[in-house]
Ligand binder design. Structure first.
Ligand code: GTQ
Length: 345
């Protein structure tokens, strides 16, 4: 590959003349912005063990009242991007959020899409667009772009959940903002009940729902049962995985990030294809070894890790007698829509 000229090769007066006119020579930076063969991601494979986060999150509960936080979150920041950027990957943001009994995180709406994966505790709820969604371990709750959402807690133990947002992308697009609102009135109707069974959807007098987001809560009991049924039906199937989809369209549940649940059979080792989108893994149940290129992590329950795009990822169930269950988030919908999606096998 041809060595290109460096900035230092140019006379200083020429460089100064360019700078004054807001001009930049391309060739000294060409290889950096178009590296050979594959991207050079800033995203680093990173592991955030829950046992290290939890005491600090509970401490935040003592140090900072909810009124002073609005959202009491410790952000899982990727050191490869710089911690202050608060990003797990190019497009994904991760945060662990704590809500204490009786607390309320007031209603707002914003342009980035969010989902919540409930980590522990019972009795909390998120009201999204007037629909009150109970939060139980492993449940996935969507708060898509523009929809009002607030969190409350009627239980007696701390509740923790993982927030996954496309905030870094929307912020980069200079399209990120929020609006505060009044407490929502809870409306009748629950998408998780109306769409409780796969394969059939509500069709009152032959009309289907035109809602962009007809289902806002995906109960873990249903996703887990779907994985168990799939594994039993197809004993030869290697990747026992389901996607969280919009039940009206069959398309991705949200526009930018994709969400999946994966079951690793007892003792199974699963090699994932090398694909362009970055990925996040959060362990719902079991114990899993994760290898990302030459880095290795052991995920305990409630641990989270990320892998950059274009990397070889292998997952291994550490349990030989029981399955393990992993929640996966990735940037596939974004890559596919933009036409840059790649699967290199
Ligand atoms: O719960 O609405 O982690 O607005 C970051 C921004 C959570 C939320 C985050 C948010 C929220």
């Amino acid at each position: 590959m041809q060595e290109l000229g460096r900035l230092e090769d140019l006379p200083q007066d020429y460089r100064d003349a360019l700078t004054k006119l807001n001009l930049v020579p391309l060739w000294p930076s060409l290889r950096a912005v178009l590296p050979p063969g594959k991207p050079r991601p800033n995203t680093r494979a990173t592991h955030w063990p829950y046992e290290t986060i939890k005491p600090l999150l509970l401490k935040a509960g003592e140090l900072t009242p909810i009124e002073k936080a609005e959202r009491r979150v410790l952000v899982l920041a990727n050191p490869g991007h710089g911690l202050e950027k608060m990003q797990a990957s190019a497009a994904m943001y991760l945060g662990m959020q704590l809500l204490l009994p009786g607390e309320w995180a007031p209603s707002h709406r914003h342009t980035p899409n969010a989902v919540r994966m409930v980590v522990e505790g019972e009795g909390a709820w998120t009201t999204v667009d007037g629909e009150k969604c109970p939060m139980s371990r492993g449940d996935l709750i969507l708060t898509p772009t523009g929809l009002w959402h607030e969190h409350g807690h009627d239980g007696d133990q701390p509740v923790v959940w993982l927030d996954v947002l496309d905030l870094p992308l929307v912020y980069y697009m200079e399209a990120s903002y929020h609006i505060d609102g009044p407490r929502q009135e809870v409306k009748p109707g629950r998408g998780d009940r109306a769409y409780a069974r796969g394969g059939v959807v509500p069709t009152p007098v032959f009309e289907r729902s035109s809602k962009a987001y007809p289902m806002l809560r995906y109960p873990w009991v249903e996703a887990r049962a779907a994985l168990e049924a799939l594994a039993a039906d197809q004993p030869e199937l290697e990747a026992v995985q389901v996607s969280y989809v919009n039940p009206e369209t069959g398309g991705d549940a949200q526009n930018i990030l994709g969400f999946y649940a994966l079951m690793l059979r007892p003792g199974q080792t699963l090699q994932l294809p090398v694909r362009s989108p970055a990925m996040v893994f959060h362990l719902i149940e079991g114990g899993v070894d994760v290898k990302v290129e030459d880095q290795a992590f052991t995920l305990a329950e409630a641990d989270t890790c990320c892998a950059p795009g274009y990397s070889a990822v292998t997952l291994k169930n550490r349990q030989s007698d029981r399955p393990s269950f992993v929640f996966v988030a990735d940037e596939s919908p974004l890559h596919r829509k933009l036409g840059v999606y790649e699967n290199r096998g």
